[in-house]
Design a binder for this molecule. Sequence first.
Ligand code: PMP
Length: 413
Amino acid sequence: METALVKKIFDVDQVRKDFPILSREVNGKPLVYFDNAATSQKPLSVINALDNYYKTCNSNIHRGVYLISAEASEAYDKAKDKVKEFIGAKDSSEIIFTRGTTEAINLAAYSYGRQSVTEGDEVIISTMEHHSNIVPWQVLCDEKKAKLKIIPITDSGEIIMDEYKKMLNEKVKLVSICHISNSIGTINPVKEIIKLAHEKNIPILVDGAQAVHHTKVDVQSLDADFYAFSAHKMYGPMGIGVLYGKAELLEQMPPYQTGGDMISSVSFEKTDYNEIPMKFEAGTPNVEGAIGLTEAIDYINSIGRDQIHEHEKEILEYATEEIEQIESVKIIGTARNKTGSLSFIVEGLSALDIGIMLDTFGVAVRTGHHCTEPLMRRFKIPGTVRASFAMYNTKEEIDVFTSALRKSINILK
Ligand code: PMP
């Protein structure tokens, strides 16, 4: 548990020691890992927890009558309590484990969406959404002959709130919006966005894939109806994520997938469904993932989300100042409230060439549209170079990156 009263000391060198991969070299240079928005690296505690699970209690969970199955079941169920605390949910029955954010949003679109959206209705998303928060709603709207409405953004990459307000009407059945943009780092005013939707009785899903590890999230204080995120972006393993949903909504929703575990009884005539959240978890779940996620949350809590946020803010500000000094670099996304990602283009050069060149200096960045093609179109560019940061990144790494960027530009021009 994080304690508000005890100000923890953040020691980045100490943190780095917890991440074994950070000490490796690539292309003869120390790895500078700036692709954290795609996936974060894992601390030893998470790696060891996965190892330990397979060495000591690997077994299928629930209904096992023997000790190691009971241990695995307990670890899986405790992971729900851990997530509940981490995001401030009211009850662990509101925590559904999915494969990740993508599956979480698909679950909501499939189950809640297909139940609530009918012909002529509207679903609202924003210009800066990840494809995972576009396509499920697009498919739903096509199927139901409903309309997908897009909130416009400013040139700096902020939601235009006045336009959003105008879009809220009785035809809107759901708003789905990212908390933090993976491409340009904008932190959206989700509390205000949710409040405005609720004034019109419209439920809202928040895509928190880029938020839970960068900033404190309390779903009750936000009053989010759904909140989705992935473990692998928050120092946990791949293949597990979360859909939080308010119990009263989940109770009303039909199952997303069917099969084992999501039932309470089956006959050839009729199936009764399990209670929430099991109603939404068909088949053998990702037990190792749940254990790894528990460990990742413990790790984040041991450092402190406020400390992480402060450190990452400093890193982003420093990186922004440094690359602003490089002629021909243009930053894409200059919102007042930003974290995590720094996107830029270099006049006359392709993002891909820069990314490949940076790799020769040991710097790992991502290039392209970052699964936000409509956002790139809004800025009239094919893509960007994106450096995205985590708690273990340092100012020294920014110096390596900016020096490598200067050299890359000189070589390529
Ligand atoms: N939404 C956002 C904002 C993301 O950054 C990502 C991952 N890049 C996703 C959704 C999809 O997450 P996943 O691939 O883990 O399902």
